[in-house]
Design a protein around this ligand. Structure first.
Ligand SMILES: [Zn+2]
Length: 293
């Protein structure tokens, strides 16, 4: 967990540990040759790269909002082996260290329904029963995404797992959103598509400062080139168009771009021509990272 939050005006953003895993580097960089992406990310002998699944906890003056929920605690031993998990889902202990319990999350925003983002929506409790992890929260998901989750094509069904939604459906704590939706004065969501049919972004704005979470459109800082899309993207041309559009739009606002899958960099800013400038947290390795100036 990033101990020092990134402050956007009066709103604070923490990153929680939703579990790390290793995915094939070639799949994470889609059309990009390994000779290029390996200059930015180190691959193991089996060609996998380390990725985190770190939900954002947005603390406004009035609300606690979670963006996505990590891998959860329901993976089977076989799934742990397939995804090469390297650290556990520890949302609840980290929330406790901030003085928050399961009942204190007001809203869960799902950028989309893939298992690595929705895995913590429903948790397995000590007695083995499944419960909605944050029972007081309204869970926001786009209507288009929900249609895909409930009636997936053969490709999408690989990553939409019913086990992540069954208890949520029973609880009735889902709100389907369309268009631009203002969650609270500081936070809004809007449809992007691209990665999945109903993928959405999250904008955080307070006192003239802005951060934007582009979810899996911009999974790590190494994906800053708009053409560097993932093989996981269902609509890659849409991803490229979204990145060009939102990079330009939010760069003009000097916004922070926040990450979910990046084990090193939690947020960055973009300068002209898409050059990475500031990063969060700041560290000595910024100078050594060729992505930054
Ligand atoms: Zn993802």
């Amino acid at each position: 967990m990033s101990l020092i939050p990134l402050c956007i005006g009066a709103t604070k953003i923490h990153w929680l540990s939703g579990g790390d895993f290793r995915l094939d580097g070639g799949t994470m960089f889609g059309p990009v040759p390994k000779s290029l992406w390996q200059k930015k990310v180190q691959a193991a002998a089996d060609n996998t790269i380390l990725l985190c699944n770190d939900p954002l906890l947005i603390r406004t003056p009035d609300m606690n909002i979670l963006v996505d929920t990590g891998l959860g605690n329901k993976l089977t031993p076989k799934q742990h082996a397939i995804f090469k998990t390297t650290s556990p889902w520890s949302l609840l202990s980290q929330l406790a260290s901030l003085g928050l319990g399961r009942q204190d999350i007001d809203v869960v925003i799902l950028t989309h329904g893939d298992f690595d983002h929705a895995g913590g929506v429903v948790m397995e409790c000590e007695q083995g029963q499944e419960e909605v992890t944050f029972p007081a929260a309204t869970h926001l998901i786009r209507e288009a995404e929900w249609q895909d989750v409930t009636s997936p094509c053969c490709r999408a069904q690989e990553s939409y797992w019913p086990i992540n939604f069954r208890q949520l459906i029973k609880s009735g704590r889902i709100q389907f959103v369309q268009g631009t939706h203002q969650v609270c004065p500081e936070v809004k969501v809007c449809l992007t598509g691209g990665h999945t049919l109903g993928h959405q972004l999250v904008e955080i704005a307070s006192q003239g400062e802005t951060a934007v979470h582009l979810g899996d459109l911009f999974p790590t800082h190494a994906h800053v080139n708009p053409l560097w899309v993932m093989a996981y993207d269902n609509f890659p041309l849409e991803v490229i168009a979204c990145k060009e559009r939102y990079f330009t739009e939010y760069r003009k606002r000097d916004a922070w771009f926040t990450f979910y899958h990046d084990p090193l960099v939690k947020a960055c800013k973009l300068g002209a021509k898409g050059i990475l400038t500031d990063r969060w947290p700041q560290g000595a390795d910024q100078a050594a990272d060729p992505s930054f100036i």
